[in-house]
Design a protein around this ligand. Structure first.
Ligand code: ADP
Ligand code: ASP
Ligand code: MG
Length: 440
């Protein structure tokens, strides 16, 4: 069985839902579908929550009402029979009444998670009703019945496997199995989620749990491009990437994939195919374990990075110094992305500033601390095995007109990263495309 995941834009309007429905049914084979919320909906649900945190129920109600009006118009456009129109209207009215119920009570992150879960619950119910109206043997499986995270907030793949296997056995004989991306229950049984963009993660976890023969991520672009298409013109779709390259690009900012979504597919050795809903015939990108030698593959950028440098002539490189430094970051649950060392100092980059002040205060015990904010990591991915000649120098050459705060190379065989000012990102990405991909 294949798993196909459709993102927000792919189900963003009744027209798109109709197109997706014909795409998923045309093979006639049993298929497992993971859906995001309609585009914009999760943002609106987050906005509603923000109003409720600020104790502003009127602001929240205004968004709920306008979202409800929009969804009611979708119903008129999507269904042809009065039976299905009425069934979906009733379902949606209950949904919006449920959202309104939060405007009257105490509001915490627990309530927020229940609110943001409704986008995927609405989109999947609308699509299954549409498929059934058109005679497709489709069933909706509730992700909250099998998607689980553990006490560390990590997916609990063993439990997901066991629960999904039981559910699949109880639902044999359907053509389309449909579920919500993004949402799950945590170790305490509460509604939770896999973070923004997490529907990709659901797809790869479901793919690994079934197991599926292939996991397809359908979105609004024809695969992973060799640079960020939002910043650089004339980027090109890549036809193949290996799992490690794709994971690196996703982690360092290629928004087309959720950062962690490659891992379950990699461990289960299931190929991931990125496809374009707007242009289904385009080849897309196949992610598998094939390593292509001798090439730069792509460049990505991750914003909102802070660099922290600690300089200490006395203690650096003494036994245990780095451990003490790392423990400070760990105690504030702040992961380090890049790290470089010298005889007198160590520089690290982080993407979460929540505890920056506390971290800096504690680091000061060990030396002089400098902080640079509004930085950006530029990650160049390809065959960067240290035995290959000339690859690092080409990447460095592309950065020659840009002030570089840190360079990281040698951590893996397929990446060299630069830390630069966010303000220089566009120039850096353009220059890398011009130098690394000009003769492709
Ligand atoms: P979905 O809603 O389907 O999950 P996303 O918006 O999360 O879609 O991801 C698709 C978007 O990722 C594209 O529209 C594109 O702008 C952006 N993107 C960023 N970097 C890349 C890249 N290297 N290749 C392709 N798309 C990228
Ligand atoms: N709907 C969620 C979001 O907008 C999850 C997803 O689309 O992947 O982040
Ligand atoms: Mg996405």
């Amino acid at each position: 069985m294949k798993v196909m995941k459709f993102g927000g834009t792919s189900v963003g309007s009744p027209k798109r839902i109709k197109e997706v429905s014909s795409l998923i049914t045309e093979t006639g084979e049993p298929t497992f579908i993971v859906l995001s919320a309609m585009s914009g909906t999760t943002n609106s649900l987050v906005e509603i929550s923000n109003y409720l945190y600020k104790k502003n129920p009127d602001g929240a109600n205004e968004i709920i009402n306008s979202l409800e009006n929009k969804y009611m118009l979708h119903v008129e456009e999507l269904y042809t029979t009065e039976v299905y129109k009425q069934k979906t209207r009733e379902f949606l009215h209950d949904e919006f009444d449920y959202l309104r119920s939060f405007t009257k009570n105490l509001f915490t992150s627990f309530e927020e998670k229940s609110i943001v879960a409704q986008g995927e619950i609405m989109s999947t119910n609308m699509v299954v009703n549409y498929l059934q109206e058109n005679g497709v043997k489709a069933v909706l499986l509730n992700a909250l019945d099998f998607m689980r995270t553990d006490k560390n907030g990590e997916p609990d793949l063993q439990t997901i496997k066991e629960k999904l296997s039981e559910i699949m056995k109880a639902n044999e004989g359907y053509q389309i199995y449909l579920t919500q991306g993004f949402i799950c229950r945590n170790a305490y049984g509460e509604i939770d989620n896999l973070l923004r963009g997490g529907s990709d993660y659901t797809a790869s976890l479901v793919g690994a749990a079934l197991p599926a023969e292939e996991i397809q991520i359908w979105t609004d672009i024809d695969g992973m491009h060799n640079n960020d298409p939002r910043v650089v013109e004339d980027t090109e779709a890549l036809h193949q990437l290996n799992f490690d390259e794709a994971a690196e690009l996703a982690y360092f900012g290629a928004k087309i994939l959720h950062p962690t979504c490659v891992l379950p597919a990699k461990y289960a050795n299931i190929p991931v195919r990125l496809k374009n809903t707007m242009d289904p015939k385009a080849e897309g990108t196949l992610i598998n374990n094939v390593v292509v030698k001798g090439k730069f593959k792509a460049v990505a950028a991750k914003d909102n990075i802070t660099a922290v440098k600690i300089k200490s002539s006395r203690m650096l490189l003494a036994t245990g110094f780095l451990r003490k430094i790392f423990e400070i970051f760990e105690s504030y649950q702040t992961p380090i992305d890049m790290i470089t060392t010298s005889e007198v100092g160590v520089s690290m980059s982080i993407d979460n500033n929540t505890h920056l002040d506390e971290i800096v205060n504690e680091l000061k015990k060990y030396g002089t601390v400098t902080v640079d904010t509004d930085m950006c990591i530029i990650c160049v991915v390809g065959d960067l095995d240290w035995n290959n000649l000339g690859f690092e120098s080409q990447a460095l050459d592309a950065m020659k007109n840009i002030p570089v705060r840190m360079i990281s190379y040698g951590g893996s065989n397929h990446n060299i990263s630069f830390l630069i000012r966010e303000a220089d990102k566009k120039q850096a990405l353009q220059s890398l495309s011009a130098i690394l991909f000009a003769n492709k």
